[in-house]
Design a protein around this ligand. Structure first.
Ligand SMILES: [Zn+2]
Length: 482
């Protein structure tokens, strides 16, 4: 039964990809409308229309503009046209912003989206911990399971006000696995970096499927959803990690391929006391502004300096770091060194959910507690990490992360009239301390309204969850995991 559903999904996948390739080539040669082509093919994504949000409390997260009370945001064809008071926008659809905080969509910077099928499945015994669970079940995934995991993640992201994700895909067991994961991202309308990685259980002396990485890179136009999706490398790194060691020959080939293709590189490092992976990365000249380092919960001052000098960014995922025992994120040290810091979900197998409001709150509370200082990390600074600085850390701050004319229209509206948000006090504090995903009223990505009045517009949540449930039943059965 589950296997049948999966096979049917996969066939539909292949058909849709074929059709997309055809229409993409014949109808959109100018490079401007591939996304509408994709949307039309899936028949799901709303149009990039023209709308104006009126009379909202607008937090632009732009240093020069700041917050604007009782202000408007005008969007046309995916672009922010204007932000300010009393904007003239004749003909635009009007969205009432009274009682709403409007801010840039939240930016997530490292998430193994395929394992959202395994939500809350990191168990209480060593053999059921996160790494053995992801390994045992990842090995029996079919391409359709990648699709279901990524789609469930994307649905939750949009529900939670996350408009950009970094899909750190480390279970690519064949070309069709990458394709299925990418199809879920494309159909959802979310903005994402897709980082191509190894398979679970892949031998440490083997490079990733570099021929397939090159294929995906070459054909990226058919995957990118008009630039919403970009490609990166999910690099296994230089040291012995939780999933075993990788040989120098293999990690050098993987790294070299990414540099040759000019795609950004992301790597987990220093999540255990005594780790010195970042020192090794620095020594071997593997750091740079195209490199993102994940966790780094145990870093020496020299390593912090090496990260800063190289221009590398850092991604922190407090809920998985706390839950698995990696320790406390040293957020203050990275910020003091002016390292771009992004916040992340990592895996819902450990974190349970993808609540960026809670992630912001954890980052603030951990840092204040470490410093024994109520004022160490202000709410507004944390909000920057989840918006404009998160965008900077992924290298996309020219497009998103703040509300400014000319940028892409990735924005959210948070309803301040709900019971956990009343009364309106200090908006940055409200968002970091009080807000929850259920308060996200409206979400737009690239000008497409993907959540409105608290409901996803392009995804049927009941169907997403029930198909994911069926997929997980198949995974558990094949993996003998009961
Ligand atoms: Zn991770």
């Amino acid at each position: 039964m589950n296997r049948e559903i999966t096979r049917r999904d996969f066939l539909r996948d292949a058909t849709a990809l074929g059709a997309l390739g055809l229409t993409g080539c014949t109808n959109f040669p100018l490079g401007g409308s591939a996304a509408s082509g994709t949307g039309a093919a899936s028949g799901k994504l709303p149009e990039q229309g023209e709308f104006v949000i009126r009379n909202a409390y607008v937090m632009t997260m732009d240093a020069g503009t700041g917050d604007l009370a009782d202000a408007d945001v005008h969007v046309n064809k995916g672009t922010i046209v204007a932000v300010g008071r009393g904007i003239a926008a004749p003909g635009a659809q009007v969205i009432d912003g009274r009682g709403m905080i409007v801010l840039p969509g939240l930016i997530e910077t490292h998430w193994h989206m395929w394992n959202t099928l395994l939500r809350s499945m990191s168990g209480d015994k060593r053999e059921h911990g996160y790494f053995p669970t992801a390994l045992a079940l990842g090995k029996v995934y079919l391409p359709g399971d990648m699709y279901q995991g990524a789609r469930l993640s994307a649905a939750e992201a949009l529900h939670s006000g996350i408009t950009t994700v970094h899909d750190w895909c480390h279970n690519i067991r064949g070309p069709e696995y990458a394709d299925a994961d990418l199809r879920a991202l494309r159909e959802s309308g979310i903005r994402a970096r897709f980082s191509y990685g190894a398979a679970q259980g892949q031998a440490g002396d083997q490079p990733i499927n570099l021929a397939d990485l090159r294929r995906v890179h070459r054909d990226w136009r058919t995957y990118s959803n008009d630039g919403l999706l970009t490609l990166g490398l999910a690099w296994r790194g230089v040291s012995t990690g939780a999933t075993g060691s990788v040989s120098a020959a293999a990690y050098l080939q993987d790294f070299g391929a990414a540099r040759e293709l000019g795609i950004p590189i992301s790597v987990h490092a220093n999540n255990r006391k005594g780790a010195d992976a970042i020192a090794l990365l620095a020594k071997e000249k593997f750091l740079g502004s195209d490199v993102q380092v994940i966790h780094a919960t145990w870093v020496s001052p020299e390593e912090v300096r090496a990260l800063a000098d190289s221009g590398a960014s850092v991604s922190l995922s407090p809920y998985t770091e706390l839950r698995i025992g990696f320790g406390f994120p040293p957020t203050g040290e990275f910020l003091a060194a002016r390292i771009p810091v992004g916040l992340s979900v990592d895996t819902t197998a450990l974190s349970g959910n993808a609540d960026m409001f809670a992630i912001m709150k954890a980052i603030q509370n951990i840092e204040n507690s470490r410093a024994q200082n109520e004022f160490k990390l202000p709410a507004r600074r944390v909000l920057e990490l989840a918006t404009v600085e998160g965008a900077r850390s992924l290298g996309i701050a020219d497009r998103v992360g703040s509300l400014k004319a000319g940028k892409r229209a990735d924005l959210i509206m948070v309803n301040t009239r709900e019971v956990n948000m009343g009364v309106f006090t200090e908006p940055a504090h409200m968002l970091v301390e009080a807000a929850q995903p259920s308060n996200v009223d409206t979400v737009a990505v690239d000008g497409r309204i993907l959540k409105r009045r608290g409901k996803l517009t392009a995804m049927n949540v009941e169907q997403v969850v029930s198909e994911a449930t069926a997929a997980l039943a198949g995974v558990r059965k094949r993996g003998g995991w009961w």
